[in-house]
Design a binder for this molecule. Structure first.
Ligand code: SAM
Length: 372
């Protein structure tokens, strides 16, 4: 077993439950040793290289090479690891500390280490993924993460560049409707769907959730009331299949999610979706308007829970975004989704988690339900 530090992006609470679901779905043994708002320390058997690319909420993963507060032991442990794996005699190194009193010891060690191995190394403070990934392509740079008494060397960084190319490079994207690749990955992981399984997004829009699932070897069924969205998704998924050479399949329906069970006749392993969230918000609604919208959405959500129950395999999950509307008066209005889920015989796998920044006009909560 080895210890790793998972450095989380925004939405740390969501990222934590994503990691738990991810390892549970893979039947991999893991123990969470410690965590704060930015980082989780996890004991694992082995870290597979694909993990960082499959998690939406983790920005980098560092392997722990020292876990002691004693300065002489820290130096010995770092020396044993021989941190610089590059060949150039010029490089950069990054050190980021979280809740730690040993940062200076690590920084002093590294300064001395690079001097001894005769590499001209410039010390930078924050190893942001965008910088790291750009530089990692060119040369082996060193990124060190220090959390309490643990010193980790980064072994995986989210490929933000490739992710952006996938986002912007697909034939169609309608930013009014689309969810981010990051959120799509998180939701897919929360559903615990495995390669070879089939998931459904009954409000597929331009197909972000479908594409991220297919990349993971999961077959998909998409549905959207808008003919244009289905056309866009078809083009996007064909593009994806060619670009990434994927074998997973998709089926799309230009239908109302209200009629899901009329069209989807196969048993599925999960529902992953951001449904219709009400009219696009330019200006915040007042309480009355927000209540009206939520009433309209209640019916859509309730129908959905009812429709998918009979096609979901027992034990499978629904990972779904539920709106919490902010109002002009500074209040928030939401449907009582927890009760609605219980009425439809689903249980909650986790407490709902708020997603996104406070600045967003539309509040979103992520629910993970289990079909009993
Ligand atoms: C937020 S978008 C979905 C984003 C998408 N899941 C993704 O992966 O990017 C919501 C979509 O729901 C569709 N929609 C709205 N009402 C619907 C209904 N009753 N049945 C099916 N689709 C609906 C809209 O056309 C829109 O494309």
């Amino acid at each position: 077993m080895k210890n790793y530090l998972f450095v989380l992006g925004r939405d740390p609470e969501l990222s934590k439950i994503e990691i738990e679901s991810y390892f549970e779905a893979k039947n991999e043994e893991y123990t969470i040793l410690d965590s704060n708002d930015s980082i989780i320390s996890i004991k694992l058997k082995d870290l597979k290289p694909e993990v960082i690319h499959e998690l939406g909420g983790t920005v980098k993963i560092a392997e722990v090479i020292s876990a002691t507060l004693r300065p002489d032991e820290i130096e010995q442990n770092l020396e044993k690891y021989d941190i610089y794996k590059g060949t150039s005699n010029k490089t950069e190194y990054y050190v980021t500390g979280y809740n730690t009193g040993i940062l200076e010891i690590v920084e002093d060690y590294l300064k001395d280490y690079f001097k001894r191995i005769k590499v001209k190394a410039t010390h930078r403070h924050e190893g942001e993924p965008t910088k790291l990934i750009k530089k990692e392509y060119k040369e082996k740079i060193v990124d060190v993460v220090v959390f309490k008494n643990q010193v980790g060397v980064t072994v995986g960084v989210t490929d933000v560049i490739e992710q952006k190319e996938r986002d912007l490079g697909r034939p169609n994207v309608d930013y009014m409707k689309v969810i981010s690749i990051r959120l799509a990955k998180i939701l897919v992981n929360l559903s615990k769907a495995k390669p070879g399984n089939t998931i459904l997004d009954p409000f597929c829009g331009s197909g972000t959730i479908l594409q991220e699932s297919m990349l993971r070897g999961i077959n998909v069924i998409g549905m959207d009331i808008d003919k244009g969205a289905i056309k866009q998704t078809t083009e996007n998924l064909e593009w994806l299949k060619t670009k990434y050479g994927i074998k997973t399949s998709y089926v799309l329906y230009n239908k109302n999610s209200r009629d899901t069970s009329k069209f989807v006749k196969t048993m599925i392993n999960g529902v992953v979706t951001e449904p219709y969230m009400g009219p696009y918000i330019r200006k915040l609604p007042n309480i009355m308007q927000a209540r009206e919208t939520i009433e309209e959405l209640r019916e859509i959500y309730s129908n959905l829970l009812n429709e998918v129950y009979s096609i979901l395999k027992p034990g499978s999950r629904i990972a779904i975004v539920v709106p919490r509307l902010k109002t002009l008066e500074g209040k928030s209005v939401a449907m009582d989704f927890e009760n609605m889920a219980k009425e439809h015989k689903y249980s909650l796998a986790y407490r709902p988690v708020l997603y996104g920044s406070n600045k967003n006009k539309l509040g979103r909560e992520i629910y993970v339900l289990e079909r009993n």
